[in-house]
Design a protein around this ligand. Structure first.
Ligand SMILES: Nc1ncnc2c1ncn2[C@@H]1O[C@H](COP(=O)(O)OS(=O)(=O)O)[C@@H](OP(=O)(O)O)[C@H]1O
Ligand SMILES: Nc1ncnc2c1ncn2[C@@H]1O[C@H](COP(=O)(O)OP(=O)(O)O)[C@@H](O)[C@H]1O
Length: 198
C-alpha cells in the first residue's frame, strides 16, 4: 500500500513527451481467445504504425509470462493479477508517450475495464478479435486446444475457463473471410476514424 508515499510531479510530463513524438499516447488492447489472431494482428499493426512514424511498444502474452508475470499461472486469481500488472505497465508506457499495443486473452471484463480506468479518457481502445472457438480450435497454432481436450490443460480459456466477450468494444474485428493483413488495415482505419492516430 502507498502509505506515507508522496507522488512526484515531474516537469517533463506526458504532454511534453507526446508533443515531442507528435502522437496521442494510448493503449490499443486486443482481446480474444487463444488462436483468435491477437499476436498476428498486433504484429502487423505495429509494423504499420512504425511505418507511419509512430512510437509503439507491443506487449504480448507469451513474452510477458516469461518475465514480469513468470510467477503466475492460469487460475482466475493469477489471470486477474497478470492483467493488473500489465495494466500498470501500460499506464507507465502511455505516460512515456508511447502507443502501447497489447495481445492478451484478458478474459475478464472487469480486468480490461481496470486498465481503461487507469489511463485518461480516450487513451484506451478495446479491440475484440472475435474469432469463434471452433475456428481457433481448428487453427490450434500451438497444439494447446488438443492438449486441453485431452485433459492435459484443465483451465484452458473457452474450454475449462471462461471468456467474457466485450459488450461495447471500440473496434470489433469479427471473423470473416479476411486475412490478418486486412484485419490490421481495418483496425487502423477504425482508429483513424476515431481520431486516435492524428
Ligand atoms: N490454461 C491456459 N489458458 C489460456 N492460455 C494458456 C493456458 N495455458 C497456456 N496458455 C498460453 O498462454 C497464453 C495466454 O496468456 P495471457 O497472459 O494472454 O492469458 S490471460 O490474459 O492471463 O488469460 C496463450 O497465448 P495466446 O494463444 O497467444 O492467447 C497460450 O499460449
Ligand atoms: N484473419 C486472421 N487473423 C489473424 N490470424 C489468422 C487469420 N487467419 C489465419 N490466422 C492464423 O491464426 C493463427 C493465430 O495465432 P495467434 O496470432 O498466435 O493468435 P493469438 O495471439 O490470439 O493466440 C496464426 O497462425 C495466424 O496465421
Amino acid at each position: 500500500m502507498a502509505e506515507n508515499i508522496v507522488w512526484h510531479q515531474h516537469k517533463v510530463d506526458k504532454a511534453v513527451r507526446a508533443q515531442a513524438k507528435d502522437q496521442k499516447p494510448q493503449v490499443i488492447w486486443l482481446t480474444g481467445l487463444s488462436g483468435s489472431g491477437k499476436s498476428t494482428i498486433a504484429n502487423i499493426l505495429e509494423q504499420k504504425l512504425e511505418a507511419m512514424g509512430k512510437h509503439t511498444y507491443l506487449l504480448d502474452g507469451d513474452n510477458i509470462r516469461h518475465g514480469l508475470c513468470g510467477d503466475l499461472g492460469f487460475s482466475d486469481k493469477d489471470r486477474v493479477e497478470n492483467i493488473r500488472r500489465i495494466s500498470e505497465v501500460c499506464k507507465l508506457m502511455v505516460d512515456a508517450g508511447l502507443i502501447v499495443i497489447t495481445a492478451f486473452i484478458s478474459p475478464f471484463r472487469d480486468d480490461r475495464n481496470f486498465c481503461r480506468k487507469l489511463v485518461d479518457d480516450g487513451e484506451f481502445a478495446e479491440v475484440f478479435v472475435d474469432t469463434p472457438l471452433e475456428v481457433c480450435e481448428q487453427r490450434d497454432p500451438k497444439g494447446l486446444y488438443k492438449k486441453a481436450r485431452a485433459g492435459d490443460i484443465k483451465d484452458f480459456t473457452g474450454i475449462g475457463s471462461d471468456y467474457e466477450a466485450p459488450k461495447a468494444p471500440e473496434v470489433h474485428l469479427k471473423h470473416e473471410q479476411e486475412t490478418a493483413e486486412q484485419a490490421a488495415d481495418r483496425l487502423i482505419e477504425a482508429l483513424q476514424q476515431q481520431g486516435r492516430l492524428t
